[in-house]
Structures are given as structure tokens and as C-alpha cells.
Design a protein around this ligand. Sequence first.
Ligand code: ADP
Length: 174
Amino acid sequence: MERLKITQGDITQCQVDAIVNAANTSLLGGGGVDGAIHRAAGPELLAECRTLGGCPTGEAKATKAYRLPCRYVIHTPGPIWHGGTADENRLLASCYRNCLAQASALGCKTVAFPSISTGVYHFPVAHAARIAIDTIQAYLQTHDEITCVTMVCFDAATLAAYQQALEETEPKHA
Ligand code: ADP
């Protein structure tokens, strides 16, 4: 059974143990997936986020999920793309790793990610997909407690980029 899945959809509807929020460093809400998660969770989510004191880029902090159909929201500020010279690759990998470590620590078995940093933060999607897939697969190899990670792509172009990145890592069976 494959433990890494790529799907197209709305992450706020995912029935998993934890969903990841591509947040900003204030953790006080924004547009894109962050706005969608706060709208669906209800105002209690923002109230809990206010107690967290923000979060540095590449790190992750968890909250409860309130009206969402998951148990936890793991908030991670992705790097803003500045052309690739500002440590963006390492920071993006760090987002995925730290979210998965939080999920493990919380006893989660199933986790859903959005495409971190490829919206208003402008990280090139093919490049971000490669980093996401490689980092998630490396984590899964050493962490049996996570049974399924789903990449939830909002649009068809994002879906195609992640499917391509996954295909490139899978050995072809003749
Ligand atoms: P960032 O600031 O990290 O770039 P964005 O929210 O702008 O975050 O975009 C990240 C990705 O999340 C984009 O591919 C965007 O299309 C996608 N997205 C927006 N809404 C949702 C949603 N409800 N479920 C899943 N992905 C979403």
C-alpha cells in the first residue's frame, strides 16, 4: 500500500488526524488555504492561534481543529520565494519535516498537506513538489507510525506537478 497519495481537492474537508496550514509567521490568518482553514474551523481557531506568539518560517505549531473534520491543524509558515538564494529549499523541506514530527508527537497516523509556499509565496511549483515528495518519503522511511500522507492539490496544474514529481521518484516496473 502506498503511504504517500496525491489528490485534488479542498483540504478543509479532509477526514484525517491532522491537516497542515500554509500559514504566515504571525499565525493570525491570511488568504489562500489559511483563510479557508480559519473560515471552516470557526473563530475559536484564531483565538487559540493568538496564544501561540507566531511561528518562525520552516517551523510548525499545532492547534485543535474546532469545526473541521480533523483532530489537529499544524500551522507552518513556508518560505517566500526570493529567486532561490535565500535558503528557500532548506526552509521548505524543514516545513514538511517539522509538520510530520509534530504529527508523530501528537499520535497522528494520517496527515494532509497543501502545496506549501506555491500560492502567494510564489515558490515554483515543480521545484516545490520535488522537495515535498522527497522530504515526505524520507520521513516515512524512518517513521512507521504515520500510515498515510496525502498531498491535497487545489487546482489541476498543482496536481500535475506533484504527480510528475512522484512518478520521477518511483522505480518503473517493467
Ligand atoms: P503560501 O502563502 O504558502 O503560498 P497559499 O495559501 O497562497 O499559501 O497557497 C498554497 C496552495 O494552497 C496553493 O496551491 C493554493 O491554490 C492552495 N489552496 C488554496 N485553498 C486551498 C484549500 N482549501 N485546500 C487546499 N489547497 C488550497
